[in-house]
Design a protein around this ligand. Structure first.
Ligand SMILES: Cc1ncc(COP(=O)(O)O)c(C=O)c1O
Length: 383
């Protein structure tokens, strides 16, 4: 009954593991990729008012013009970007859908897309479902998980159509300064590839100002910029995001969107307008994540789980090479059974990362302290 393509897709490497987590009680989960905060009250209240006022209809396929205008002025004010609300912005059902639409809008069967690993688990599947072929650029711990320009240049010889970038990165927390991005763009622009830039964690850049890829000189016309509300505003359940790009690309994405999705939920779109109107709560969550980051990174390194300092997002990607385990899945299972702490095996983010685990610090500081003490006890028993 099932299509060959879906049958042949690799199952998510961590589904089985998280089924186990769900069955267990009193687990401290450092596995989930979402904020522990609830969406700020002003945003929830807006959604309630929207229902009370009877806004229960479809919106334009592109999304509420009001929201597109807010996204446009937010990007202008924050980053100096110029996107026309009428033709260069599409409201999507989260960055997940923006990514899927972007890939489907540009990929012909067999087209190659570069994916930088370790990467968000959806990227290879989205490319495969669109009929494309992934070319993997594996970053290395000894290079701080940053893109190596000479390996990037070699991959470009295979004439890919596009590259998917993600910074700050899930799962490593790596981000890039403006200067580093300019170097990457210098290499990419020569090859004429389209850049799909997933910047969902843009407002969680801890150590230097975030530079959106389209802000680089002459990059805007070649970039599909994906932004969202899930992480910055703790709005994962609202399912809303935005894609900004050249008019032709947005038109193509809208074409697919209008057949398969119609529009993002109207309530979520109104809530997103409210989200953009104020940055007070984003700033509060930002400070809290940064405080937790400092605490967790120091703790993990002192436990002999070498961890580079994540420059953004809310994950640590820690080496477990010192603990005696065959794989990160085994490590994660044993930690779960022995100490009731859930982390994500690194192999979920690429087959070369079986000696790492992803540890989320989007969790209450008290629970993080307790989790670190349990991890410490566990690691000491295995050294
Ligand atoms: C890098 C990255 N992109 C996209 C998403 C999905 O975002 P959304 O909730 O907007 O669909 C996630 C969620 O974990 C993510 O980490």
């Amino acid at each position: 009954m099932i299509s060959e393509k879906v049958k042949n897709m690799a199952p998510s490497g961590i589904r089985e593991f998280f089924d186990l987590v769900l069955e267990m009680k009193d687990v401290i989960s450092l596995g989930v990729g979402e904020p522990d905060f609830v969406a700020p009250w002003r945003i929830r209240e807006k959604a309630i008012t929207c229902l009370e006022d009877g806004f229960t209809s479809y919106t334009s396929n592109r999304g509420l013009l009001r929201l597109r205008m807010e996204v446009s002025s937010f990007l202008k004010k924050k980053y100096g970007l110029n996107y026309r609300p009428e033709s260069e912005i599409l409201i999507t059902v989260g960055v997940s859908q923006g990514l899927d639409l972007a890939v489907r809008a540009i990929v012909n069967p067999g087209d190659k897309i570069i994916i930088v690993r370790p990467c968000y688990v959806s990227y290879p599947a989205v490319v495969e479902l669109a009929g494309g072929k992934s070319l993997f650029l594996d970053t290395k711990a000894e290079e701080n998980f940053k893109i190596n320009l000479s390996r990037l240049s070699s991959l470009l010889k295979q004439k890919p159509k596009a590259i998917i970038l993600n910074y700050p990165c899930n799962p490593t927390g790596v981000s890039y300064t403006k200067r580093e991005l300019a170097e990457i763009w210098k290499v990419l622009s020569r090859a004429g590839v389209i850049v799909i830039s997933d910047e969902i964690y843009d407002q969680l850049s801890f150590d230097f100002p975030h530079t959106p890829f389209p802000a680089l000189p002459l990059a805007k016309g070649k970039t599909v910029y994906l932004g969202g509300f899930s992480k910055n505003y703790a709005m994962t359940g609202f399912r809303v995001g935005y894609a900004c790009a050249d008019k032709k690309i947005i038109e193509a994405m809208t074409k697919i969107h209008s057949y398969v999705m119609l529009c993002a939920p109207i309530i979520s779109q109104f809530a997103a307008v409210e989200a953009l109107s104020n940055s007070r709560d984003v700033n509060y969550m930002f400070r809290e994540y940064r405080r937790r980051r400092n605490f967790v990174v120091e703790g993990l390194n002192s436990l002999n789980l070498p961890t580079i300092v994540p420059q953004g997002a809310f994950y640590c990607f820690s080496s477990i090479a010192g603990a005696r385990f065959k794989s990160s899945l085994e490590f994660a299972k044993a930690l779960l059974f022995k100490e009731k702490v859930a982390v994500v095996p690194g192999s979920a983010f690429g087959d070369k990362y079986g000696k790492f685990v992803r540890i989320s610090f989007a969790q209450d500081i008290g629970l993080l302290k307790e989790a670190l003490s349990r991890i410490g006890r566990f690691v000491r028993s295995r050294l």
